[in-house]
Design a protein around this ligand. Structure first.
Ligand code: GAR
Length: 209
């Protein structure tokens, strides 16, 4: 039985696409049951439709400031689609404790930094400003604190002397597209996480999950 997974997006949807693509492989342990966007004009919606995935727009604007009602609608859509796992893929709204608790242990997020460094927004610019030599991305389980929670997978890249925010973002995004499908597969199959010494190299993109 494949793990029925719902993906929440707000925009471009490139991580969503990497998950859908991976889930199209016969031996992949998860299937994408639904993609939900809180923005009606998210470009990722067209990509999901092209793959034939069930798509739903649950616009937060339609709920005014009622975050609970908006999240209850998302929760209902996920359960109607028989999802047991949720992947946040560029879903740019903070979730309330209600929703986080409903999906505790079954909700993954991808974040464009090596957590716990650079939680929040503008991670690449902040990494450059801080002068870090290594940057990357993280897949983690979602808990009530923003960009916190048990880390499932990370990938790193060196920061190069001539890197710009855009060049760094592009390199990290390519890593995101590798680790998110890997992390979801580990999570869905219940595969134990290998020890950290499985991370082989900081120069080549490294994946540990
Ligand atoms: C990705 O870089 C993702 O890591 C980031 O938003 C981008 C979405 O791109 N998420 C966050 O910053 C969440 N804290 P995508 O829509 O092309 O996947």
């Amino acid at each position: 039985m494949k793990t029925r997974t719902g993906i929440l997006i707000s925009g471009r949807g490139s991580n969503m696409a990497s998950l859908i693509h991976a889930a199209g492989q016969p031996n992949y342990p998860a299937e994408i049951a639904i993609v939900i966007s809180n923005h009606p004009d998210a470009p990722g919606l067209a990509i999901a439709r092209k793959y034939g995935i069930c798509v739903e727009v649950i616009a937060n604007a339609a709920y005014g400031g009622d975050r609970g009602a908006h999240e209850a609608a998302i929760d209902t859509a996920l359960r109607n689609a028989d999802c047991t796992t949720v992947c946040l893929a560029g879903y740019m709204r903070l979730l309330t404790p209600f929703f986080v608790r409903r999906w505790e242990g079954s909700m993954l997020n991808i974040h464009p930094s090596l957590l716990p460094a650079f939680r929040g927004l503008n991670t690449h610019a902040r990494a450059l400003a801080a002068g870090v030599k290594i940057h990357g991305c993280t897949v983690h389980l979602v808990t009530e604190m923003m960009d916190e929670g048990p880390i499932l997978a990370q990938a790193a890249t060196p920061v190069l002397p001539d890197d710009t925010e855009a060049s760094l973002a592009e390199r990290v995004l390519a890593l995101e597209h590798k680790i998110y499908p890997t992390a979801l597969a580990c999570h869905a199959s219940g595969k134990p996480l290998p020890p950290p010494n499985k991370v082989r190299s900081l120069i080549n993109p490294c994946i540990s999950c």
